[in-house]
Structure formats: structure tokens, C-alpha cells
Design a protein around this ligand. Structure first.
Ligand code: C2E
Ligand code: MG
Ligand code: MG
Length: 411
């Protein structure tokens, strides 16, 4: 559309109007690019560019005697598209921006912004073609957006349906990633869930954990991960070099909110006869948002039973240090982002130093995730860190491979 209208207006020597459509063409190019490199910030920028372009075109599109206003109909697909892409939790893009588009649609529609455009309006014959084109294309875009939405929804429903059966069908796999000390010796491993989907193959947690949390299936999946981890610990207990190694298991806020959470964890750990102190449960700060008091109570009950706790992705959430201080957690896991930034940024390096000092003040152990290079490992040791996890020491792998690797390191 951008190319067509820009060419058309250049032919009529209306360079001012042509430039607006060159802008539309550029947004089209950027859309194509962003479809390959998905980024919310980028999409938000493009939505604003479209808002500006549709507003400008609508302003010059004041109705003539026999030609109605039409460009404002593009506010509708813009509003609906933004609603589908952005989460309502993002108040501005998810709620305010689409409402703004709808208000503009209505305001232009009822003639609130009608101005005498006779001096700069495009020639009448073009205006009529434009009117037909605007209604046709905006309807087509709207229909496409709704089609994509329904397709996504169906896929999500299908995925949720198969996810609900994944545990009983033995499709839940657990991979383990070693955690090491300053010398690279294994201390334990983190259990990281994978879903062996019958058609789509091995899916990583980001593809199904949000859905599992939404549908509460995460409770069954989380328990299955705990069961498999306990089974592995029971196996390790027969091996003199591995019998003291722990397994860290991620706990979703949805699991923690479950009334039976404490009792079921205790039951599983006892059933496998493993030492509770070899289970480390990892929670994120988001677990404290709904009901911090209840969450802390459950954390304490499991701690009394003997289970260890770690605070995952430290520094990426919103909890205050005063809340974290009251948590019965003995370890913090420093989020990958800090180590990633520290590579190129001196202040991030200083931040890692300060976080280490904070962990000491809180009397908590500290482990750094996402260590990928020797230089990062050395820098962290210089700061004082002594526990690490990352691709440098091993990718998450199935139990037999990790067991073998840890054994070879320790013997
Ligand atoms: P997390 O608990 O922070 O786990 C660490 C993630 O970082 C893992 O991704 C791991 O593969 C990845 N990672 C490890 N070392 C490196 C590294 O050196 N560089 C980089 N770039 N990444 C590294 P994964 O397995 O995709 O898991 C993602 C998230 O899914 C986990 O983050 C955790 O929040 C969640 N998750 C995984 N398993 C479970 C589970 O059983 N239950 C629940 N509720 N959540 C889980
Ligand atoms: Mg974790
Ligand atoms: Mg983490």
C-alpha cells in the first residue's frame, strides 16, 4: 500500500502526501524484519509509527460532499492487533494504547476532527479509489488478525490438552545441569524440565511452563520433576563419590500457592528415602507476590523438614531486600543477566561485587548462573564467588550423562 500510494502521489506532484506513504512502506519493511527478530520494544515502536501515520492520513482525509472519510478505519486493526500482541499486564501497550486507537476511530468517524481540507486534499478521483482501498484493506487486515488469533488459540488449546496428559504418558523428561565450586568440582545439579512432545520433539520450559501454570498442570509436572530428582538422588546415595551431592528443583509460584504443597513434597521425599537436605528447592521472587506471608510459612515448614531453599534469578524481580532478608532461604542464585552485562560493562562488574557483599551481609550462599567463559569464571572467583553454573561447566543433560560426568570429575 505504501509503495502504491507514494507512487501515485508523486505522479500527482503531491510530495508531502507521498512522504507519509514512504513512511508506511518503511514500517512495512521493519515489520518484515521484526517478524524474524521478535521484540516487544520494537513492536511498540512500530505500533506508534502506525498510529502517527494513520492519524496524519486521517486528518487529510476529511470527508468531501460525495466521498466519505475512510482512512480512520485502520485504527481498528491497529487496536485489535496491539491487544493480541501485548499482555494486559503491560498497562500502556496492552490497555491504554488500543483504547486510544478506538477513541481516535470514533472521534474521526463522528467528524470531530473534520477540517476544511479542500486546499490540500488529494484529487477527488484518487480519493474515491482510496476510500474503496481503505475499507477493503482494513477489513482484510482485521480478518487476517482474527484468523491468526483463532489459529493461536486452537494451538494453545491443543497444547494444553496434550500437556494435561504429558505426566501420565511419561513425556516429562528431566535434564540436569551441574553446579560447581571454584575448582570446577561438582557440588550438585539443577533439574530442568523438558517435555518430550510426541510430534514437536523435546520442548524447552519456556514453551510450556507458562501454559502449565495457567492450567495448574504445573502442580503435576513439578511433582514429577521432584519424583525423578529423588529417584536420581536415591541412585547417587549408593555411590560413595555422589552420595553427598544435591539436586536443585525449580518450584513454580502456582505450586507454592497450593494448599497441599508442603505435604506432597514431604511425602515424595520420604517415599524415595532420600535425605531432605539433598533437595534444594528454587523459588523466584514472583512466588512472594500473591501472598508472601503464606509462602514464607510454607518455605519455613519445608525448611524445618530439612529441605534447602535457594532464591532463583536474584536481582531480576521487584522484591525489596528487607523482604528477602526475612526469607528462610540459604542461597541466592544471581541472574544470568548480570554476568552477561559484566562482559562489556564495568559498572555491571561492580554490581556483581556489591551483590556478593549483600549475600555476605544476608549470610546467604551465592551461586552465579550463566557462566559461559573462562574469563567470566576467573573474574567471579576474584570477586569472591565460589559456586557456579553455566554452559562452561556443562549443558543440561539427561541423568545418565550427568551422573557419568560428575563421577569422572570426582573420582
Ligand atoms: P532457571 O531456573 O533460571 O534455569 C536456568 C536456565 O538457564 C536453564 O534454562 C538453563 O539451561 C539456562 N542456562 C544454564 N547455563 C546457561 C549459560 O551458561 N548460558 C545461558 N544463556 N543459559 C544457561 P532452561 O532449562 O530453558 O529453563 C528455563 C527456566 O524454566 C528455568 O530458569 C526455570 O525458571 C524454568 N524451569 C525449568 N525447569 C523447571 C521445573 O521443573 N519447574 C518449574 N516451575 N520451572 C522450571
Ligand atoms: Mg532455577
Ligand atoms: Mg535462574
Amino acid at each position: 500500500l505504501g509503495i502504491f500510494w507514494a507512487a501515485c502521489y508523486f505522479l500527482y506532484s503531491r510530495n508531502d502526501l507521498a512522504l507519509i506513504f514512504v513512511g508506511l512502506f518503511l514500517v512495512g519493511i521493519c515489520s518484515y524484519y521484526s517478524a524474524r527478530n521478535f521484540s516487544y520494544a520494537y513492536l511498540a515502536g512500530m505500533a506508534h509509527a502506525l498510529l502517527l501515520i494513520v492519524t496524519l492520513i486521517s486528518l487529510i482525509d476529511s470527508p468531501l460532499e460525495n466521498i466519505p472519510r475512510s482512512a480512520h478505519v485502520f485504527f481498528l486493526p491497529l487496536a485489535i492487533g496491539v491487544v493480541f500482541i501485548f499482555n494486559p499486564k503491560d498497562k500502556y501497550m496492552g490497555i491504554i494504547f488500543p483504547r486510544f486507537c478506538l477513541v481516535f476511530f470514533a472521534a474521526f468517524g463522528v467528524g470531530l476532527f473534520d477540517i476544511d481540507s479542500s486546499s490540500f486534499s488529494p484529487p477527488e478521483n484518487i480519493r474515491m479509489i482510496g476510500c474503496v482501498s481503505n475499507y477493503t484493506f482494513s477489513t482484510l487486515i482485521l480478518a487476517s488478525i482474527i484468523r491468526i488469533y483463532i489459529k493461536n488459540l486452537n494451538e494453545k488449546v491443543d497444547l494444553a490438552f496434550s500437556l494435561a496428559q504429558a505426566v501420565v504418558k511419561n513425556e516429562i523428561m528431566v535434564h540436569y545441569q551441574v553446579q560447581v565450586d571454584a575448582k570446577g568440582k561438582p557440588l550438585g545439579a539443577e533439574a530442568l524440565v523438558r517435555w518430550n512432545h510426541p510430534e514437536r520433539g523435546l520442548l524447552s520450559p519456556d514453551k510450556f511452563i507458562p501454559l502449565a501454570e495457567e492450567s495448574l498442570v504445573i502442580r503435576d509436572i513439578g511433582l514429577e520433576v521432584l519424583r525423578q530428582s529423588c529417584r536420581l538422588l536415591a541412585e547417587w546415595s549408593n555411590d560413595s563419590s555422589l552420595k553427598d551431592k544435591y539436586i536443585a528443583v525449580n518450584v513454580s509460584p502456582v505450586q507454592l500457592a497450593d494448599e497441599d504443597f508442603v505435604a506432597t513434597v514431604i511425602e515424595v521425599v520420604q517415599n524415595f528415602g532420600v535425605r531432605p537436605e539433598l533437595i534444594e528447592l528454587e523459588l523466584t521472587e514472583s512466588a512472594l507476590i500473591i501472598d508472601a506471608e503464606q509462602a514464607i510459612l510454607k518455605i519455613q515448614q519445608l525448611k524445618d523438614f530439612g529441605v534447602q531453599w535457594a532464591l532463583d534469578d536474584f536481582g531480576s524481580g521487584f522484591s525489596s531486600l528487607s523482604i528477602i532478608k526475612t526469607l528462610p532461604v540459604q542461597k541466592i542464585k544471581i541472574d544470568k543477566q548480570f554476568i552477561r552485562d559484566a562482559k562489556s560493562n564495568e559498572s555491571s562488574k561492580n554490581l556483581l561485587k556489591k551483590i556478593f557483599e549483600i549475600s555476605e551481609l544476608l549470610e546467604m550462599e551465592a551461586i552465579v548462573e550463566g557462566v559461559e567463559e573462562h574469563s567470566q569464571h576467573e573474574m567471579l572467583i576474584d570477586i569472591g564467588y565460589s559456586q557456579f553454573q553455566g554452559f562452561l561447566f556443562g549443558h543440561p543433560k539427561p541423568a545418565p550423562e550427568v551422573t557419568e560426568k560428575m563421577r569422572s570429575f570426582l573420582s
